[in-house]
Design a protein around this ligand. Structure first.
Ligand SMILES: [Mn+2]
Length: 215
């Protein structure tokens, strides 16, 4: 009886030890990044589904961290669309927006966000995406990881869920081209990444959906 009680306590304490640490699992910088993103994107919707945009940022940060990313990378994930989407609404230029991120979250986070941002919005869609692909291919591992998490969420919770949305259907060929170009970069950079494998598999599924519904 006593022995089984001791065993029981040992098992429970092991579980507690495994799940709780005496070291905080994230710093207050992380809290600030979440709060910053919540405020900056409060009025923004996802393009096709019209759901709150913050769901995307939450997902990207979660994928980055689950994939083995650092806190700086997970913070950059919350901020990765700030310069393109939220800062113009606040009346900030691209460089003012980067200055704000550097000031609040430091140079490392700002450099990751810059690497994931289409800074020059003047070209056509194809030109901007070609530039983005080049930028990711030349980027640090941190930049490639945040980009992978970003595009994984865009393709999975965006284009796959909305596969029959007329606006998505219209863009099928170019979405496949863009996705496949990036999938090659992701799998070359991170050959053992679960997320990179999933991204490739989702692209194949998306292609199959498109072929079944050829219009
Ligand atoms: Mn994004």
């Amino acid at each position: 009886m006593i022995r089984s009680l001791i065993n029981f306590i040992a098992v429970i304490s092991q579980i507690i030890m495994a799940e709780f640490s005496t070291i905080p699992q994230y710093s207050q910088q992380y809290d600030r990044a979440v709060q910053f993103a919540l405020e900056a994107h409060r009025y923004q919707q996802r393009k096709h589904s019209r759901k709150p945009y913050i769901l995307h940022l939450q997902a990207v940060s979660s994928y980055v961290w689950s994939e083995g990313g650092t806190e700086a990378e997970a913070i950059a994930a919350w901020l990765h669309d700030y310069v393109e989407d939220a800062a113009p609404k606040q009346g900030l230029t691209v460089e003012q927006a980067f200055a704000k991120i550097t000031d609040k979250f430091g140079a490392e986070v700002a450099a990751i966000v810059r690497g994931c941002t289409e800074c020059d919005r003047s070209g056509t869609w194809k030109e901007r995406k070609e530039q983005y692909i080049e930028q990711i291919a030349a980027g640090s591992d941190s930049i490639v990881l945040v980009s992978l998490a970003d595009k994984y969420d865009n393709y999975t919770n965006g284009y796959m869920r909305e596969a029959f949305n007329p606006n998505v259907i219209k863009h099928r060929p170019r979405l496949m081209w863009f996705g496949e170009s990036l999938a090659t970069i992701y799998s070359e950079r991170f050959p053992d990444s679960w997320l990179a494998v999933q991204f490739r598999q989702n692209l194949d599924q998306l292609k199959a959906i498109y072929e079944l519904n050829n219009d």
